[in-house]
Design a binder for this molecule. Structure first.
Ligand code: QAP
Ligand code: CO
Length: 166
C-alpha cells in the first residue's frame, strides 16, 4: 500500500468532474487500498478520488469511532434527499479550515461496493453530510464553494500562504 499526495485548495484540479467507473478491477482495488491508507493516516473520515488526482467516481468514508468500518462507494448517486442540517465541515484538501455548511438531513444513495455489487444506503447525521461532501468532490465542488466570496477569498489567501511557507 502507499500514501498518496492530496491536492490542496485552491488547486484547479479539484474542480475536475470525475468519470464513472466501468469495471471494478484490480486497478480500482489498488486505488481503494491506497486511498484507505491515505485517509486513515491523515486522519480523515472521508476521501474522494478527486483529492488524490484520480478523476473517477470513487469515494471512501469511515465515520466510525473505531476506524474499522470502511465504506466504499463507486459511481455513487443520491436518489433522494430530505430535510436540512448545518454541520461544521472540514476537508483534507483544505487543512485547518472548518466552516458550517447547510445540506440535506437525510439521503438515500445508490452505489457499487468494492466487489462491483449495487447497494442502496439510507444515511443521516454525520454519514449523510460526509456522503454529500464527498460526492461534491466528484462533481468538482469543494465545501468552501458554499461560503460567501469574502470567506472563500480569505481561505484561498490563507491556503496559498500556508503552501508557500511549508
Ligand atoms: C469530510 O473531511 C467531512 O482540516 C471529510 O487539518 C468533514 O476527513 C464531512 C481533516 C466533516 C463532514 C464533516 C481536516 C484532517 C479531515 C483538517 C475530513 C485537518 C486534518 C477532514
Ligand atoms: Co473534502
Amino acid at each position: 500500500m502507499a500514501i498518496l499526495d492530496i491536492l490542496n485548495y485552491p488547486d484547479p484540479r479539484l474542480h475536475t468532474v470525475a468519470k464513472s467507473v466501468s469495471v471494478v478491477d484490480e486497478v480500482i482495488h489498488r486505488l481503494i487500498d491506497d486511498m484507505a491508507e491515505t485517509m486513515y493516516a491523515a486522519p480523515g473520515i472521508g476521501l474522494a478520488a478527486t483529492q488524490v488526482n484520480q478523476h473517477i467516481q470513487l469515494i471512501l468514508i469511515d465515520t466510525s469511532e473505531t476506524k474499522d468500518h470502511l465504506q466504499v462507494f463507486i459511481n455513487p448517486k443520491i436518489i433522494s434527499k430530505n430535510g436540512e442540517q448545518d454541520y461544521e465541515e472540514g476537508c483534507l484538501s483544505v487543512p485547518g479550515v472548518y466552516e458550517s455548511v447547510t445540506r440535506a438531513e437525510k439521503v438515500k444513495v445508490e452505489a457499487l461496493d468494492r466487489t462491483g455489487k449495487k447497494f442502496i444506503l439510507h444515511a443521516e447525521g454525520l454519514l449523510s453530510v460526509c456522503i454529500q461532501h464527498e460526492i461534491d468532490h466528484l462533481l468538482g465542488k469543494v465545501f468552501v464553494d458554499y461560503l460567501s466570496p469574502l470567506k472563500r477569498n480569505r481561505i484561498r489567501t490563507k491556503m496559498i500562504k500556508q503552501q508557500r511557507d511549508r
